[in-house]
Every structure is written in structure tokens, then in C-alpha cells.
Design a protein around this ligand. Structure first.
Ligand code: NDP
Ligand code: 8X3
Length: 254
């Protein structure tokens, strides 16, 4: 591979999208720094991927650790050319007034604050070298509201606008910025984490053919391999079995 951007840092590589993205990008010839909280998962991933994958434990809510990047990475891995902001989570599907405050805080800390701080840590190096790419995982939940999405959807709307604003700041630099916003996607731990129950999580995908982590990895790989003069700003993607089906009307009040 002769891609000018060589080293990719993927957040949340212990499961789901991040795991698939890390494996795919190693296969495509990149060096990948795979991060997440569960070190045993990262070590297993490193065994599978080989020497071009560095397992690096990182909790996105540990802001001291996030801000210590890239200097805290081992020698030879400190030049991060591509940042993939994937780590994130949804907690619960309750109505806003029934949710746990700690769940909202955890979503904001991970999906917004952690993402912003790691971008702040790694972007200056890209700008200085005048080469780089930041890809974030937003969500259709940041575009289309639905009951129970409340703060989760709002964090993803933040990601959408943050990436658009990065593009504005990066005009004139050879540093790209992309937001990928998927809809229903199975094959990851997302719904188990959200619902805290394996049976409920499985039922969520009942009779559907959702996107899979490999579909997201394919999309990331494509966005990355486009020639440097092409910037994909936004991708909204859904499984064919899903669509935005219009606004709801309550007819019980007349
Ligand atoms: P998974 O639950 O399978 O994976 C989430 C990853 O994020 C895990 O590797 C987890 O690692 C990591 N993570 C969570 N919290 C932290 C933290 N505090 N610090 C570091 N890493 C953390 O979910 P998906 O792969 O499905 O989701 C990936 C991203 O895509 C998320 O941002 C999600 O919001 C978004 N998304 C998901 C969709 C879906 O339907 N699945 C659709 C649209 C967007 P660990 O627990 O080891 O720290
Ligand atoms: C995940 C997609 O529709 O479950 O971001 O919110 S959805």
C-alpha cells in the first residue's frame, strides 16, 4: 500500500465497529493503535492482527490519559495520521424524565467530552504535518429523533456539527474530516450495553437484516482510501429494512 497516512488510532476497538475497523485497516496495510478499556480484548485482537496492531488501554472518560496523547504512546507510534472516533454508547431507552442522571453523564462524558478531547490531543500534529484525517461515528439518532433517544441522540447531533465545524476550520489544510452516521446495526454489543439484557437486545433485531460492523469497516476503508483531494463530509447509512417513516401524531387529545 502506498497510502500517505500510515498510522490509525481507533477508539473502542474491543468490540463491534471498532474491532471490525481495526482488523480491516490492518488488512489494508495500515498500522493500527487499538484502544478501549478491556485490555484482554485488545490483547486478543493484537494476537489476531499481528505486529501492525498496537493494543493500548484507554478509557475515554479518563481525561488525563486522553490529554496525555500522543506523547504517552510508545516510540514509533506517536505520529497518529488518522483518528477514528468510534468509542461510544447509549444507555437506556426510557423517556427523558425517567432516565438515570448517571447514564446521561456517562454518555456525554464518552460520546462528547472524550471525543472532543482526543481530537484536541491529536489534531495539532496532523495540522503541523499538513496531513491527516479524523473520522467520527455519529448516528442517525443525531439526525432523526425517536422516543428514548434523548441524550444519546443529542450527543450524536453534537458529533455531526462538531465534524462540520472541523471541516470549516481545516479549510486550507490537507487534513480531512468525516462523520459517518449509521442507523440500525447488529453484530455489536451496542444494544446489550444499552438495554442491559441479552434477550431484549436480541429482540431489538428480530426479523430485521441490520447493518453489520463489517459494513461500517468497509465504509471507513473506502472513505480513507479516496485520493487526498476528496473529502467525504457526511455519510448517512441505514440497512435497507430501515427508513425514516414520518412524524408521529397523537390523536388522543381532540
Ligand atoms: P459496541 O458496544 O459494540 O462497542 C463500543 C466500543 O466503545 C467498545 O469497544 C467499548 O470498549 C468502547 N467504549 C465504550 N465506552 C468507553 C470508554 N469510556 N472508554 C473507551 N472505550 C469505550 O458498539 P458499536 O460498535 O455498535 O458502536 C460503536 C460506535 O458507533 C458508538 O459510538 C455508537 O454510538 C455508534 N453507533 C452504533 C450503532 C449501532 O446500531 N450499533 C449505529 C450508529 C452509531 P470498552 O468497553 O472495552 O471500553
Ligand atoms: C445507533 C442507532 O437508531 O439505535 O446509534 O439510535 S439507533
Amino acid at each position: 500500500m502506498t497510502h500517505p497516512l500510515k498510522t490509525v488510532l481507533v477508539t473502542g476497538a474491543t468490540a463491534g465497529f471498532g474491532h471490525a475497523i481495526a482488523l480491516r485497516l490492518v488488512k489494508d496495510g495500515f498500522r493500527v493503535i487499538a484502544t478501549g478499556r478491556r485490555l484482554e480484548r485488545l490483547d486478543a485482537l493484537a494476537k489476531e492482527a499481528g505486529e501492525n496492531l498496537l493494543p493500548f488501554q484507554l478509557d475515554m472518560t479518563d481525561l488525563d490519559a486522553v490529554k496525555a496523547l500522543p506523547g504517552s504512546l510508545p516510540q514509533g507510534w506517536q505520529q497518529v495520521d488518522v483518528l477514528i472516533n468510534n468509542a461510544g454508547l447509549a444507555l437506556g431507552l426510557e423517556k427523558a424524565w425517567e432516565t438515570k442522571p448517571a447514564d446521561w453523564e456517562q454518555m456525554i462524558a464518552t460520546n462528547v467530552t472524550g471525543l472532543v478531547e482526543i481530537t484536541r490531543a491529536l489534531l495539532p500534529g496532523m495540522v503541523e504535518r499538513n496531513a491527516g484525517h479524523v473520522i467520527s461515528l455519529g448516528s442517525t439518532a443525531g439526525i432523526y429523533p425517536y422516543p428514548g433517544a434523548n441524550v444519546y441522540g443529542a450527543t450524536k447531533a453534537f458529533v455531526d456539527q462538531f465534524m462540520r465545524n472541523l471541516r470549516s476550520d481545516l479549510l486550507g489544510k490537507q487534513v480531512r474530516a468525516t462523520n459517518i452516521a449509521p442507523g440500525l446495526c447488529g453484530g455489536s454489543e451496542f444494544s446489550q450495553v444499552r438495554l442491559g439484557d441479552d434477550a431484549k437486545a436480541a429482540a431489538f433485531y428480530d426479523k430485521t437484516k441490520p447493518l453489520l460492523p463489517e459494513d461500517i469497516a468497509e465504509t471507513v476503508a473506502w472513505v480513507l482510501k479516496l485520493p487526498p483531494h476528496v473529502n467525504i463530509n457526511q455519510i448517512e447509512m441505514m440497512p435497507t429494512c430501515q427508513a425514516s417513516a414520518g412524524l408521529a401524531v397523537d390523536r388522543s387529545m381532540a
